[in-house]
Design a protein around this ligand. Sequence first.
Ligand code: FAD
Length: 385
Amino acid sequence: MGNTAVVVGGGIGGLAAAIGLHRMGWDVTVLERSPVLEDAGAGISLAANGLRALDELGVGGAVRDASRGQYTGGTRAPRGGWLTRMDGSALERAVGTPIMGIPRSALHRLLRERLPAGSLEVGTEVTAVEQVGPGTVRVDCGTTALEADLVVAADGIGSAVRRRVLPGHPGPVYSGSTVLRAITEHAVEVQADFELTWGRGAEFGHIAFLDGRAEWHAVLSLPAGTRFADPLTELRRRFRTWHDPVLALLDATRPEAVLHHDVNELRTPLPAYTVGRIALLGDAAHAMTPNLGQGACQALEDAVTLAAALGAESTVEAALARYDAERRPRSQAVAGAARQAGRMGQQLSHPLAVALRNTAMRLTPSRAATRMILRHHAWVPPSLN
Ligand code: FAD
């Protein structure tokens, strides 16, 4: 069994994979192209499946301590009426935890702290990856090159490794939605931990953090590339008639904190997550729309499954075959469900369709809504011990 691995990309997926491989006795190097660890990004919600994966990696306790349990909230209409109520306590009883909200910067820091010393190289962009022998992969980074027994491509939705090893795949496409988000500058009085409000072709939501600040996001159905000269003013205009605390969250935000990205996804499922000794992981393998809050959770599941397979199988080839067989159906099903949730949620714009959806949601008992969520959250990780 080989024992050196290069992980391309130091995002949530790459860091988790490196921790997992290290736990299984592998010598790991993480190559991250960004020269500074600026920890950009707003907040993230972690469901039970992601938290259980973090537990296997030995980071779950620290992440929970830095997170806020999302006990109250749900889905609302723009004037404030509830469409569904979320019951964090019911989730906790069913899967051991409510959804947890954490700033991305805190999650990244906690993952980085678990890496073996000296294993993360920043400012190193991987330019080519090539299988040079039956058990060896060469990784080029401009002027230098490395050889390893295994390469984990965790280089995100725009993965250059994916383009190279699966050249026939069409790559990411625009989902139809663009998202603006930020963390408030200071604590904000919110009545519920977690809310999503659906209008016609628009969504506004927030997640509250432990320190009282909150992340908000606004999703709009607009052509790709749409940008606003003054995003906060534009959002105040678009959401001026929406319920509290939408405007309060915008008012508590510094203009320079607002991030704006088009939401892309890998709509055509990948035919394989492994090619030779190269494994694709996280958004590189299954970038999905954020409607179920599962992208990072699936990357964490990938990381633990890959490490466990390498620990359980007698050859790297058998471990990679197992990783592909276990991860592809599950993550692609979650990606499909996320796309569907987007179509039924924020992207729905015809007034009749919105009215029908809202009525159906109001009539759905909260226990049934919880059961639907549990379909994705109730994943049990393989053991890394
Ligand atoms: P990335 O985070 O994209 O990391 C890839 C890394 O690789 C980057 O650091 C990049 O710099 C580096 N890189 C790229 N190319 C190279 C190269 N050639 N050489 C070296 N390094 C390279 N998921 C959840 O679970 N819960 C949520 O609440 C949630 N909310 C979301 C909200 C929004 C608006 C969006 C867009 C996504 C959300 N997600 C959520 C999804 C989640 O953010 C992603 O699935 C997750 O961050 C993917 O992690 P990753 O490590 O696979 O990729």
